[in-house]
Design a protein. Structure first.
Lengths: 308, 368
């Protein structure tokens, strides 16, 4: 944008100077992004919070409901189940992703052969849109044309029909999340590993530490701040998982894969209980906010302890 | 235990960091590896620690071939230039770490940590974290971590280079005393010739990955094996003049210096140290004519720079030296204190009146 002032034709020096000043003004440059952000983030958020305090009948706003929506979800057994499932889903997916990401990053950082190839191929899943990821995996899980069933039976493990049974469906959606998001953790952790100071690790090796001791005594503690950032980022993101679940199972079978995101979607848009759906989302938002604040506080402490 | 490099070399890709090195450090001795940065001295140290694998050759600690051993199986202790303290561990935990890895009893461990900390004057810092320490204190912690156990060898990689001048002087003395007390074979890497000269029993001068000379400090000073060693050791460095030997005298455009007993003839480089020459009156016999260029009084002595045509010579003079800048004068090297070097290779030639001086440096270890 700044360069367009050059293109202004001879409209008099004063005019072009004014243009240049106007175009160079930071507020003007920020305005489009700020407006876009307000439109897609701030407005829906405010609208959603407001909606959670209103009552809806047949999809129409019929006035303020006070805390009625919150009371309703508090007494809604399914809401608590969905909250529990969300917690389980996030905990399981993020721990597997962290461990896998850490393991892969350690392998690549130790100058494994083909590490460039591994790096590129690991990043690919992140570039695929979540809905598409869901579709791809639904095809793979499909009982008739999928690859998962033949693969399992070839290994003599029978035909799992992953998405048809409550237990395996839950693991199935977790597996999809792991497939898509392990690369993110891998990349962040790899960057962290490569920026670790080498001398303390070399000192430990000379002092008598083997690879395992070096990892647990030094690499892991030194890596902790980076690890915390990566995990918190992923946690926040995982809580809002919707696309893949919606495409794969729509929360089923039963409520086996019903997360707050899908349950609130159903409540709001299938049963037109906009207020109650919004109350669920807002509750979740507050919960995540609190968890994040605690996590950041923990991170600050950890960082303060190790920084030199 | 003695430490031995046998034709040990190291290349990184196509760059040779260390040419095949043959070097023995006798048991209990303090060897300084001295050279400018990039001369291969740190690489040699890291090969011994096991942090790098030699491209060829072997390394022995005592009778044990450690060439392919992991660092932890070599039982050496290393002090890094950056101290390499464990940032997430307290001072006490840092010092205790090597003992902890050797599963020593907790009570004994605490006792040894306390003793070592007191020895180095950091007894009051045991509960602190490394980031709360000054550079000198970190240096002491790193040293304490090395001496808390009795390794086969101490490896020190420029341990004093990050300290201020005052502290460096103090630590130099302490490390030297500690090494003598503990009697552990020590390899000490430095680019500071004063550190090497003052602390070491033996000095290995390195350049471009190759060993130039291995000798005692006195030997190195008296009989440098080549021009590089001659100019690198000593401050200010040795004066070197181009000229030729004819009829038992060194001829230079500004004068001639008698070389009694010189057997060679033809072009050479002549070197003499600043302390082995005097500034005399213009026209004095056996001297080189020039003029006073700069006079720097240091209190205990005076550094005089004399200009001969287009060359500058450094001369150490007595404290009261007082000649005005620009005055015509002459420089007379002390008899028997000049060194001759080959004009092209820079190798030392037999000192006037001596035989085989150039090989004396390499043979010096035999006397240790």
């Amino acid at each position: 944008m700044g360069t367009s002032s050059v293109a202004v034709p001879a409209r008099g020096r004063r005019g072009s100077e004014l243009w240049a000043r106007l175009l160079a003004s930071p507020w003007l440059l920020l305005a489009p992004a700020a407006i876009a952000l307000a439109a897609v983030a701030a407005y829906p958020l405010i609208y959603g919070v407001r909606a959670s305090f209103h009552a809806y009948r047949y999809g129409r706003d019929v006035g303020s409901a006070g805390l009625e929506n919150y009371r309703a979800i508090f007494e809604d057994h399914t809401f608590w189940t969905a909250l529990g499932t969300t917690a389980k889903y996030v905990a399981l997916a993020v721990s597997i992703e962290t461990l896998l990401g850490l393991g892969l990053a350690l392998l690549v950082a130790s100058q494994l052969r083909f590490s460039r190839f591994i790096r590129v191929s690991l990043v690919l899943p992140m570039t695929v849109a979540p809905v598409v990821v869901g579709v791809i995996w639904r095809l793979m899980y499909a009982s008739d044309i999928g690859v998962v069933n033949p693969l399992f039976s070839a290994l003599g493990l029978g035909k799992p029909n992953v998405l048809a049974n409550p237990g395996s469906a839950f693991l199935g959606v977790v597996a999809v999340d792991v497939w898509e998001w392990t690369p993110l953790l891998f990349l962040i952790i790899l960057a962290g590993l490569q920026s670790l100071p080498q001398e303390p690790i070399e000192a430990a090796r000379v002092d008598g530490a083997g690879p395992v001791r070096v990892f647990f005594d030094h690499t892991l503690p030194l890596l902790r701040p980076v690890l915390m950032v990566a995990v918190v980022l992923r946690l926040i993101d995982a809580v809002g998982t919707f696309d893949q679940i919606f495409v794969l199972t729509k929360g089923g079978p039963g409520t086996a894969t019903q997360l707050i995101s899908t349950y609130s979607y159903n409540t709001a848009f299938q049963f037109t209980q906009y207020g109650r759906g919004m109350a669920m989302v807002v509750s979740l938002l507050v919960l995540v906010l609190l968890l994040t604040i605690v996590a950041i506080k923990l991170m600050r402490n950890a960082a303060a302890r190790t920084s030199s | 235990m003695d430490v031995r490099y046998e034709r040990a070399s190291k290349s990184f890709g196509s760059t040779q960091a260390l040419a095949p090195l043959d070097l023995t450090v006798p048991d209990g001795k303090f060897l300084a590896m001295l050279g400018p940065s990039g001369c291969g001295k740190t690489t040699a140290l890291r090969l011994l620690a096991g942090l790098e694998q030699p491209t060829s050759g072997r390394i022995y600690i005592g009778d044990r071939d450690v060439t392919r051993l992991e660092p932890r199986h070599r039982d050496v202790a290393m002090v890094f230039q950056s101290y390499a303290l464990y940032p997430h561990k307290s001072v006490a935990e840092n010092i205790a770490y090597p003992l902890r890895l050797r599963r020593s009893a907790a009570a004994e461990r605490d006792e040894r940590v306390r003793r070592v900390a007191e020895l180095l004057g950091i007894g009051g810092l045991l509960g602190r974290m490394p980031r709360e320490l000054s550079g000198g204190q970190r240096q002491r912690v790193a040293l304490a971590r090395a001496i808390v156990r009795r390794p086969h060898a101490f490896l020190m990689d420029e341990p004093l280079s990050n300290l201020d001048a005052q502290l460096r002087l103090q630590m130099r003395v302490e490390i030297k005393r500690l090494q003598r007390e503990l009697g552990v074979t020590t390899l000490y890497v430095t680019h500071d010739q004063i550190e090497a000269m003052t602390m070491a029993d033996l000095i290995a001068v390195m350049r471009d990955g190759a060993l130039q000379q291995l000798a005692t400090p006195a030997e190195l000073y008296e009989r440098p094996a080549n021009l590089f060693v001659a100019r690198f050791c000593g401050s200010p460095p040795m004066n070197v003049l181009d000229g030729a030997v004819e009829d038992g005298s060194f001829r230079h455009p500004t004068g001639s210096i008698p070389l009694p007993g010189a057997e060679i003839r033809g072009p050479v480089k002549l070197g003499f140290r600043p302390e082995h020459a005097e500034v005399t009156d213009h026209g004095a016999p056996d001297s080189l004519a020039g003029e006073i260029y700069v006079v720097e009084p240091l209190g205990n002595e005076t550094l005089v720079t004399v200009r001969l045509e287009d060359e500058l010579l450094n001369i150490r003079a007595h404290a009261g030296f007082d000649r005005p800048v620009g005055e015509r004068c002459a420089v007379r090297p002390a008899e028997g204190r000049v060194h001759l070097f080959d004009k092209d290779s820079g190798e030392a030639l037999a000192k006037p009146g001596e035989r085989g001086a150039s090989s004396a440096g390499h043979a010096a270890t035999a006397g240790i």
